[in-house]
Unconditional design. Structure first.
Length: 271
């Protein structure tokens, strides 16, 4: 099991199942927690991914903090966001990787016409492209790299990881992605010297936006917020794991209590 690391400053934690605020915490909580033999709760929530390629050591991942709502000025024409600035009462559901492929989740998306942005890692798809077409029928499949390597590392072949996925997804999905989510948020949480090189490669093969996140939901339905909870424009990160159908239903219900409804991130971040 790979557990990744890209920390966010956490102001509050909510259990979706109970719908209750568990409390305020200081410090940072892992949006995608560090590699370990088993999932570990770090302050607020851990987001483990499912079985993947062998994990590098924990110190190869960024461990610093994403400042809530901080606007990054991208380079090479790339727009970098962790939350959408909007007056509309909407939030955005994004799901990463692709290792877990729960039929009940796809059925719920289809029945409710739920907009879901699938940030896919090619290695995780395992050839089941029809599942992800169904998952993102009301939004789009976007780029989460070929093999989930940290793009901030100079040893990573960024051309292969980013542009290889662009070509692959254009062929298999029928639409070339225009939004990239770097694995682990590496290079952007916070912005690192490697960011311009990542953006240059991404721009060369059609990426227009880099989408991070400001809310996480772990496989057990526990939410963590960077800043105030349940805000317009929240970008929520989940993974294809656990009882995804139940977590999606609870997530939509929780935001609805605050007058917010899901919207298509791919429409707000236009080509």
């Amino acid at each position: 099991m790979i557990l990744t690391r890209a920390a966010v400053a956490v102001a509050s934690v909510v259990a979706l199942g109970a719908g209750a605020v568990l409390g305020h915490v200081s410090g940072s909580a892992a949006a995608e927690s560090a590699p370990s033999a088993a999932p570990q709760q770090i302050v607020a929530s851990s987001i483990p991914t499912a079985k993947a390629t062998p994990s590098p050591s924990a110190d190869s991942y960024p461990s610093s903090t994403l400042v809530p709502d901080k606007v990054q000025k991208g380079s090479n024409g790339i727009n970098v966001v962790s939350k959408i600035t909007t007056k509309n009462p909407v939030f955005f559901i994004t799901i990463d990787d692709g290792w877990g492929q729960q039929k009940a989740a796809a059925d719920y998306v289809a029945a409710s016409h739920l907009p879901v942005t699938s940030f896919l890692t090619n290695a995780a798809v395992q050839g089941n492209w029809s599942f992800f077409k169904k998952m993102s029928a009301y939004d789009a499949v976007q780029n989460h790299s070929m093999t989930h390597k940290a793009l901030s590392k100079d040893s990573t072949d960024r051309q292969y990881e980013i542009c290889g996925a662009q070509s692959r997804y254009a062929t298999k999905i029928g639409t070339k992605p225009w939004i990239l989510r770097p694995p682990y948020g590496a290079g952007f949480m916070p912005r690192r010297p490697s960011a311009p090189a990542i953006e240059k490669t991404a721009a060369s093969c059609g990426i227009k936006h880099i989408a991070l996140w400001n809310v996480t939901v772990d496989k057990n339905g526990k939410m963590a917020f960077a800043g105030n909870s349940f805000q317009k424009g929240d970008i929520v990160l989940l993974h294809f794991e656990g009882d995804l159908a139940a977590n999606l239903k609870a997530l939509v219900k929780a935001y609805a209590k605050h007058g917010l409804k899901p919207a298509s991130l791919s429409q707000y971040l236009a080509r």
